[in-house]
Design a protein around this ligand. Structure first.
Ligand code: NAD
Ligand code: UGA
Length: 460
């Protein structure tokens, strides 16, 4: 079996960057080059100021500081990195298609295919090609066909090695994964990748399967996780009309070891770049095999999530006397969860969009998301002109400035710092009645009620 000395990863995003940093940290004798077409992103990965890394993840700066320049490199020279590598990870984005067949559901594989064609064109020696991106089941067959038909006669072995890290906890998830999954057909290629992970992951937590099980398991893992959130969110609505409290229900069912306590936190709706896209992809695959009931079953997870975001916004409008026109609503949080600067598919975007349709004035504060990103997210929806988004939305760097003179506060992300604000001061500074709509069940109802806030939380 060939020992892996050089690894290249194509794609320096939220997965490629942190994953390769940890692999480099734990395998000091393997040289790892992470390449990307995006020069600004690579520059940021190379910035001596670790505050400027393009991905914010707790603990990532220390890992990068340890490995970068030793055996971890970031570059835009894709061809050279492919040429030199024994093993090539593909970790590019696989977004939902926005055009053509499967629009709005299927995964867009154009970036994956471009990588395969580039690898085939450049490679002059045998390579192990690892799917790190999340892909539809059977993509490895397409990859193999492209590589074999457009290459220079060298051998390619394809492995599937999906990533299960969650943003905000990427470094701890990578250091201590529940499992590493490797799917493949060639025993030597599988073993070569097992050895990379064995540098720090116990052997019994490295699972090996056939290619299709590995590809499909990634989609299924995300579907099951998202389904739990939609399940508890469905119950949150029932709690609101019956007097039950969703946190108490979560606790009561979560004590059952068969159900388990994790991922049962009701919220304004799940966000993030993957849950929705991966379930839509699963639905599309099921439909393409004419499995209508299977597709409908999983699609309901998305339908419920969209409903949860919409009803959170509707509740704000109804509670505020059926009009938010001209009213100042402070948004605490824009990221899709705490401890990340990622805003992809964040519930905040859709709640804001809903309120802006009613001509609300939205003031956003998020500890890690810059103003340009907030406007970019809203402009991308195309609901109104960029000028109108800028007229109606302000982004500030100080939470007290966001809440000053506001009619209502909406909590969209569960950042810890929100719990520690000077809430008596905030109350004094707001228009009365002072409304708080807690989409994360973050604050203490009793404390806020005692201070005189009108406090509403999901599922209570
Ligand atoms: P991302 O958009 O942050 O990063 C992808 C990067 O690939 C971008 O920087 C882009 O410029 C680069 N790229 C695209 N085509 C390229 C090419 N031909 N050559 C060089 N660079 C190219 O995406 P991400 O969040 O890192 O996700 C990557 C994959 O991992 C997706 O399939 C996603 O579903 C999966 N995944 C993501 C997470 C997560 O937490 N974000 C977790 C598990 C799996
Ligand atoms: C998720 C999975 O947890 C990872 O295993 C997977 O690798 C990743 O997707 C991916 O494929 O991209 P991530 O989206 O980063 O990770 O974050 P999660 O912690 O799963 O949270 C997703 C969303 O669900 C967030 O908006 C979060 O606030 C919400 N959520 C989560 C809830 O509303 N309630 C919960 O109980 C848990």
């Amino acid at each position: 079996m060939k020992e892996i000395k050089k690894i290249t990863c194509i794609g320096a995003g939220y997965v490629g960057g942190p994953t390769m940093s940890v692999i480099a940290q734990k395998n000091p004798n393997v040289t790892i080059t992470v390449v990307d077409l995006n020069q600004a992103r690579i520059d940021a990965w190379n910035d001596t100021d670790l505050e400027k890394l393009p991905v914010y993840e707790p603990g990532l700066d220390a890992v990068v500081a340890e490995a970068r320049g030793r055996n971890l490199f970031f570059s835009t020279n894709v061809e050279q990195a492919i040429d030199e590598a024994d093993m090539i990870f593909i970790s590019v984005n696989t977004p939902t298609k926005t055009y053509g067949k499967g629009k709005g559901q299927a995964a867009d594989l154009k970036y994956i295919e471009l990588c395969a064609r580039q690898i085939a064109a450049v490679a002059k020696s045998d390579k192990i090609v690892v799917e790190k991106s999340t892909l539809p089941v059977r993509t490895a067959a397409a990859l193999k066909s492209i590589l074999d038909n457009t290459g220079n006669g060298v051998n390619f072995h394809i492995l599937s090695n999906p990533e299960f890290l969650a943003e905000g906890t990427a470094v701890t998830d990578l250091h201590n994964p529940d499992r590493v999954l490797i799917g493949g057909e060639d025993a030597d290629a599988i073993e070569a990748l097992v050895q990379v992970y064995e540098a720090w992951v116990p052997r019994e937590r490295i699972l090996t399967t056939n290619l299709w099980s590995s590809e499909l398991s990634k989609l299924v893992a995300n579907a099951f996780l998202a389904q739990r959130v939609s399940s508890i969110n469905a119950i949150s609505e029932l709690c609101e009309v019956t007097g039950a409290n969703v946190d108490e229900v979560s606790r009561a069912i979560g004590y059952d070891s068969r159900i388990g306590s994790k991922f049962l936190k009701a919220s304004v709706g799940f966000g993030g770049s993957c849950f929705q896209k991966d379930i839509l992809n699963l639905v599309y695959i099921a439909r393409s095999y004419n499995l209508t009931e299977v597709a409908d079953y999983w699609e309901q997870v998305i339908i419920l999530n969209d409903h949860q975001k919409a009803r959170f916004a509707e509740n704000i409008i109804q509670t505020m006397y059926n009009t938010v026109n001209g009213k100042k609503i402070a948004f605490l949080g824009w990221a899709f969860k705490k401890d990340t600067n990622d805003t992809r598919e964040s519930a905040a975007i859709y709640v804001a969009d809903h309120l802006l349709e009613e001509e609300a004035q939205v003031i956003v504060y998020d500890p890690k998301v810059p103003a340009e990103q907030v406007y970019k997210d809203l402009d991308y929806l195309g609901t109104r002109s960029p000028e109108d988004n800028r007229r109606l939305v302000t982004v500030v760097n100080d939470p007290y400035e966001a809440m000053h003179g506001s009619h209502a506060i909406a909590i969209l992300t569960e950042w810890d710092e929100f719990k520690c604000y000077d809430w008596p001061r905030v109350k004094e500074d707001m228009k009365k009645p002072a409304f708080v709509f807690d989409g994360r069940k973050l604050l203490d109802r009793n404390k806020l009620s005692m201070l005189g806030f009108n406090y509403y939380a999901i599922g209570e």
